[in-house]
Write a protein that binds this ligand. Structure first.
Ligand code: NAP
Length: 246
Protein backbone atom coordinates (compact mmCIF):
# COMPACT_ATOMS: atom_id res chain seq x y z
CA UNK A 1 0.00 0.00 0.00
CA UNK A 2 1.24 3.43 -0.95
CA UNK A 3 1.31 6.87 0.67
CA UNK A 4 0.34 9.86 -1.48
CA UNK A 5 1.96 13.19 -0.62
CA UNK A 6 0.19 16.22 -2.04
CA UNK A 7 3.16 18.52 -2.33
CA UNK A 8 4.61 21.72 -3.71
CA UNK A 9 6.20 22.72 -0.39
CA UNK A 10 9.51 22.25 1.42
CA UNK A 11 7.72 20.21 4.11
CA UNK A 12 6.37 17.82 1.46
CA UNK A 13 9.88 17.35 0.04
CA UNK A 14 11.30 16.72 3.49
CA UNK A 15 8.64 14.07 4.15
CA UNK A 16 9.21 12.43 0.75
CA UNK A 17 12.94 12.24 1.46
CA UNK A 18 12.38 10.63 4.86
CA UNK A 19 9.85 8.08 3.60
CA UNK A 20 11.94 7.07 0.58
CA UNK A 21 14.97 6.69 2.85
CA UNK A 22 12.82 4.32 4.94
CA UNK A 23 12.01 2.34 1.74
CA UNK A 24 8.31 3.17 2.06
CA UNK A 25 6.08 3.17 -1.02
CA UNK A 26 5.35 6.82 -1.74
CA UNK A 27 4.15 9.01 -4.60
CA UNK A 28 4.46 12.79 -4.53
CA UNK A 29 2.04 14.90 -6.51
CA UNK A 30 2.72 18.38 -7.88
CA UNK A 31 0.16 20.58 -9.60
CA UNK A 32 2.57 21.57 -12.39
CA UNK A 33 2.17 25.31 -11.78
CA UNK A 34 5.84 26.28 -11.92
CA UNK A 35 8.03 25.70 -14.96
CA UNK A 36 11.05 24.30 -13.13
CA UNK A 37 9.81 22.71 -9.90
CA UNK A 38 12.13 21.45 -7.19
CA UNK A 39 11.41 17.71 -7.39
CA UNK A 40 10.90 15.58 -4.28
CA UNK A 41 12.80 12.33 -3.73
CA UNK A 42 11.09 9.19 -5.05
CA UNK A 43 8.29 8.80 -7.60
CA UNK A 44 6.57 12.01 -8.65
CA UNK A 45 3.46 12.65 -10.72
CA UNK A 46 2.85 16.14 -12.11
CA UNK A 47 -0.45 17.74 -13.16
CA UNK A 48 -4.01 18.15 -11.96
CA UNK A 49 -6.13 15.13 -11.01
CA UNK A 50 -9.36 16.44 -12.53
CA UNK A 51 -11.36 17.41 -9.45
CA UNK A 52 -12.55 15.22 -6.59
CA UNK A 53 -13.54 12.39 -8.95
CA UNK A 54 -10.12 12.33 -10.61
CA UNK A 55 -8.34 12.27 -7.27
CA UNK A 56 -10.62 9.56 -5.93
CA UNK A 57 -9.97 7.46 -9.04
CA UNK A 58 -6.22 7.96 -8.61
CA UNK A 59 -6.40 6.84 -4.95
CA UNK A 60 -8.12 3.61 -5.99
CA UNK A 61 -5.94 2.87 -9.03
CA UNK A 62 -2.70 3.43 -7.13
CA UNK A 63 -3.90 1.54 -4.04
CA UNK A 64 -3.23 4.56 -1.82
CA UNK A 65 -3.70 3.77 1.87
CA UNK A 66 -2.87 7.19 3.32
CA UNK A 67 -2.84 10.73 1.97
CA UNK A 68 -0.61 13.43 3.42
CA UNK A 69 -1.87 16.83 2.36
CA UNK A 70 1.33 18.84 2.59
CA UNK A 71 0.26 21.54 0.15
CA UNK A 72 0.75 25.25 0.77
CA UNK A 73 -1.48 26.86 3.45
CA UNK A 74 -3.17 28.94 0.72
CA UNK A 75 -3.88 25.98 -1.60
CA UNK A 76 -7.38 25.47 -0.20
CA UNK A 77 -9.02 23.88 -3.21
CA UNK A 78 -6.79 20.82 -3.36
CA UNK A 79 -7.06 20.44 0.44
CA UNK A 80 -10.86 20.38 0.17
CA UNK A 81 -10.68 17.87 -2.66
CA UNK A 82 -8.31 15.69 -0.64
CA UNK A 83 -10.71 15.64 2.32
CA UNK A 84 -13.67 14.61 0.16
CA UNK A 85 -11.83 12.12 -2.04
CA UNK A 86 -9.97 10.44 0.82
CA UNK A 87 -13.24 10.07 2.75
CA UNK A 88 -15.00 8.54 -0.27
CA UNK A 89 -12.09 6.21 -1.06
CA UNK A 90 -11.65 5.07 2.55
CA UNK A 91 -8.09 6.44 2.79
CA UNK A 92 -6.61 7.93 5.91
CA UNK A 93 -5.78 11.61 5.60
CA UNK A 94 -3.53 13.96 7.53
CA UNK A 95 -2.65 17.59 6.91
CA UNK A 96 0.97 18.71 7.30
CA UNK A 97 1.06 22.48 7.61
CA UNK A 98 3.92 24.67 8.77
CA UNK A 99 3.14 27.07 11.63
CA UNK A 100 1.93 30.51 10.55
CA UNK A 101 3.37 33.86 11.60
CA UNK A 102 0.61 34.83 14.05
CA UNK A 103 3.00 33.93 16.86
CA UNK A 104 5.88 36.05 15.51
CA UNK A 105 7.07 38.65 18.07
CA UNK A 106 6.22 41.51 15.64
CA UNK A 107 2.84 40.09 14.53
CA UNK A 108 0.80 42.61 16.52
CA UNK A 109 2.48 45.49 14.71
CA UNK A 110 1.42 44.18 11.29
CA UNK A 111 -1.89 44.88 9.57
CA UNK A 112 -3.70 41.57 9.11
CA UNK A 113 -6.23 41.35 6.27
CA UNK A 114 -8.39 38.58 4.87
CA UNK A 115 -7.54 38.73 1.16
CA UNK A 116 -5.67 40.54 -1.61
CA UNK A 117 -8.38 43.16 -2.16
CA UNK A 118 -8.25 44.08 1.52
CA UNK A 119 -4.44 44.28 1.26
CA UNK A 120 -4.81 46.78 -1.60
CA UNK A 121 -6.99 48.96 0.61
CA UNK A 122 -4.72 48.59 3.64
CA UNK A 123 -1.67 49.63 1.60
CA UNK A 124 -3.33 52.47 -0.23
CA UNK A 125 -0.87 55.14 0.93
CA UNK A 126 2.26 53.30 -0.15
CA UNK A 127 4.23 54.54 -3.16
CA UNK A 128 6.88 51.81 -3.31
CA UNK A 129 5.34 48.56 -2.05
CA UNK A 130 7.27 45.30 -2.05
CA UNK A 131 4.80 42.63 -3.09
CA UNK A 132 5.49 38.99 -2.22
CA UNK A 133 2.03 37.43 -2.33
CA UNK A 134 2.66 35.19 -5.36
CA UNK A 135 1.77 35.23 -9.03
CA UNK A 136 -1.82 34.08 -8.59
CA UNK A 137 -2.79 37.08 -6.47
CA UNK A 138 -1.32 39.84 -8.66
CA UNK A 139 -4.56 40.73 -10.43
CA UNK A 140 -5.98 42.52 -7.39
CA UNK A 141 -2.86 44.67 -7.04
CA UNK A 142 -3.21 46.14 -10.54
CA UNK A 143 -5.03 48.95 -8.74
CA UNK A 144 -1.45 50.04 -7.90
CA UNK A 145 -0.41 50.24 -11.57
CA UNK A 146 0.96 53.78 -11.23
CA UNK A 147 3.14 53.00 -8.21
CA UNK A 148 6.70 51.74 -8.13
CA UNK A 149 5.82 48.24 -7.04
CA UNK A 150 8.57 45.67 -6.61
CA UNK A 151 7.10 42.22 -7.26
CA UNK A 152 8.82 38.95 -6.42
CA UNK A 153 7.52 35.78 -8.06
CA UNK A 154 8.78 32.30 -8.93
CA UNK A 155 7.31 32.43 -12.45
CA UNK A 156 6.04 35.42 -14.41
CA UNK A 157 2.27 35.69 -14.83
CA UNK A 158 0.85 35.01 -18.30
CA UNK A 159 -0.27 38.61 -18.77
CA UNK A 160 2.04 41.64 -18.82
CA UNK A 161 2.49 43.59 -15.60
CA UNK A 162 2.14 47.39 -15.37
CA UNK A 163 5.09 49.30 -16.85
CA UNK A 164 6.14 50.92 -13.60
CA UNK A 165 6.45 47.64 -11.75
CA UNK A 166 9.80 45.90 -11.35
CA UNK A 167 9.84 42.13 -11.23
CA UNK A 168 12.30 39.80 -9.54
CA UNK A 169 12.04 36.13 -10.41
CA UNK A 170 13.39 33.98 -7.61
CA UNK A 171 12.57 31.23 -5.19
CA UNK A 172 13.34 31.15 -1.44
CA UNK A 173 14.78 30.58 1.03
CA UNK A 174 15.96 34.16 1.58
CA UNK A 175 18.35 35.50 4.19
CA UNK A 176 18.08 38.60 6.35
CA UNK A 177 21.01 40.52 4.81
CA UNK A 178 19.76 40.16 1.21
CA UNK A 179 16.18 40.98 2.16
CA UNK A 180 17.27 44.09 4.01
CA UNK A 181 19.47 45.23 1.11
CA UNK A 182 16.68 44.60 -1.40
CA UNK A 183 14.19 46.70 0.57
CA UNK A 184 16.74 49.47 1.08
CA UNK A 185 17.65 49.58 -2.63
CA UNK A 186 13.98 49.74 -3.60
CA UNK A 187 13.31 52.21 -0.76
CA UNK A 188 10.25 50.10 0.07
CA UNK A 189 7.59 51.88 2.11
CA UNK A 190 5.39 48.78 2.51
CA UNK A 191 5.81 45.01 2.56
CA UNK A 192 2.84 42.89 1.52
CA UNK A 193 2.95 39.16 2.16
CA UNK A 194 0.64 36.30 2.90
CA UNK A 195 0.97 34.23 6.04
CA UNK A 196 2.94 31.45 4.38
CA UNK A 197 4.65 30.81 7.70
CA UNK A 198 7.80 28.85 8.46
CA UNK A 199 11.43 30.01 8.35
CA UNK A 200 12.24 30.04 4.62
CA UNK A 201 10.67 33.42 3.85
CA UNK A 202 10.47 35.04 7.29
CA UNK A 203 13.63 37.17 6.86
CA UNK A 204 11.75 39.85 4.91
CA UNK A 205 9.52 40.42 7.95
CA UNK A 206 12.49 40.80 10.23
CA UNK A 207 14.21 43.19 7.78
CA UNK A 208 10.99 45.23 7.43
CA UNK A 209 10.72 45.46 11.22
CA UNK A 210 14.30 46.75 11.56
CA UNK A 211 13.89 49.23 8.69
CA UNK A 212 10.58 50.53 10.02
CA UNK A 213 8.72 49.38 6.89
CA UNK A 214 5.01 48.76 7.60
CA UNK A 215 3.75 45.23 6.87
CA UNK A 216 0.43 43.99 5.55
CA UNK A 217 -0.18 40.25 5.99
CA UNK A 218 -2.92 38.29 4.25
CA UNK A 219 -4.23 35.81 6.83
CA UNK A 220 -4.53 32.12 6.04
CA UNK A 221 -7.83 30.87 4.70
CA UNK A 222 -9.66 28.25 6.76
CA UNK A 223 -8.57 24.73 5.88
CA UNK A 224 -10.80 21.71 5.36
CA UNK A 225 -12.67 21.06 8.63
CA UNK A 226 -12.18 17.90 10.71
CA UNK A 227 -8.84 16.95 9.19
CA UNK A 228 -6.10 15.92 11.62
CA UNK A 229 -3.46 18.63 11.24
CA UNK A 230 0.16 18.53 12.39
CA UNK A 231 3.09 20.89 11.89
CA UNK A 232 6.14 18.63 11.61
CA UNK A 233 7.31 15.70 9.51
CA UNK A 234 7.99 13.77 12.72
CA UNK A 235 4.32 13.99 13.71
CA UNK A 236 3.28 12.65 10.29
CA UNK A 237 5.66 9.71 10.76
CA UNK A 238 4.15 9.01 14.20
CA UNK A 239 0.64 9.13 12.70
CA UNK A 240 1.64 6.77 9.87
CA UNK A 241 3.01 4.27 12.36
CA UNK A 242 -0.31 4.13 14.26
CA UNK A 243 -2.74 2.63 11.74
CA UNK A 244 -5.86 3.47 13.73
CA UNK A 245 -5.02 7.11 14.57
CA UNK A 246 -7.00 9.83 12.79
P1 NAP B 1 -5.37 25.12 -5.29
O1 NAP B 1 -5.92 26.44 -5.72
O2 NAP B 1 -5.74 24.60 -3.97
O3 NAP B 1 -5.73 24.00 -6.36
C1 NAP B 1 -6.21 24.28 -7.66
C2 NAP B 1 -6.19 22.99 -8.43
O4 NAP B 1 -4.83 22.65 -8.76
C3 NAP B 1 -6.73 21.79 -7.68
O5 NAP B 1 -8.12 21.73 -7.75
C4 NAP B 1 -6.04 20.65 -8.41
O6 NAP B 1 -6.62 20.45 -9.69
C5 NAP B 1 -4.66 21.24 -8.69
N1 NAP B 1 -3.68 20.94 -7.66
C6 NAP B 1 -3.28 21.72 -6.61
N2 NAP B 1 -2.31 21.15 -5.93
C7 NAP B 1 -2.06 19.96 -6.52
C8 NAP B 1 -1.14 18.92 -6.28
N3 NAP B 1 -0.23 18.99 -5.27
N4 NAP B 1 -1.17 17.83 -7.12
C9 NAP B 1 -2.05 17.77 -8.15
N5 NAP B 1 -2.95 18.74 -8.43
C10 NAP B 1 -2.94 19.83 -7.64
O7 NAP B 1 -3.77 25.13 -5.41
P2 NAP B 1 -2.76 26.33 -5.71
O8 NAP B 1 -2.89 27.36 -4.65
O9 NAP B 1 -2.91 26.70 -7.14
O10 NAP B 1 -1.37 25.57 -5.50
C11 NAP B 1 -0.93 24.65 -6.48
C12 NAP B 1 0.33 23.98 -5.96
O11 NAP B 1 1.33 24.96 -5.68
C13 NAP B 1 0.12 23.18 -4.69
O12 NAP B 1 0.85 21.97 -4.85
C14 NAP B 1 0.71 24.04 -3.60
O13 NAP B 1 1.25 23.28 -2.55
C15 NAP B 1 1.79 24.82 -4.36
N6 NAP B 1 2.03 26.17 -3.82
C16 NAP B 1 0.98 27.03 -3.68
C17 NAP B 1 1.22 28.29 -3.16
C18 NAP B 1 0.10 29.28 -2.96
O14 NAP B 1 0.36 30.38 -2.47
N7 NAP B 1 -1.14 28.95 -3.28
C19 NAP B 1 2.53 28.67 -2.79
C20 NAP B 1 3.57 27.75 -2.94
C21 NAP B 1 3.30 26.49 -3.47
P3 NAP B 1 -7.74 19.32 -9.95
O15 NAP B 1 -8.96 19.78 -9.21
O16 NAP B 1 -7.93 19.32 -11.43
O17 NAP B 1 -7.18 18.03 -9.44
Amino acid sequence: MTILILGGTAEARSLARTLTDQQREVISSLAGRVTDPVLPAGPVRIGRFGGVEGLQRFLGEQRISAVVDATHPFAVQISGHAATAAGAAGCRLIRLQRPGWRGHPDAERWTWVTDSLAAVTAGDNAERPFLTTGRQSLEAFRAWRTRNVLVRVVDLPAVALPERWSVIRSRGPYNYRDERRLMQEHDSDLLVTKDSGGRHTVAKLEAAGDLGVPVVVIARPAGAPDVTTVDTVEKVLAWLSHPRAG
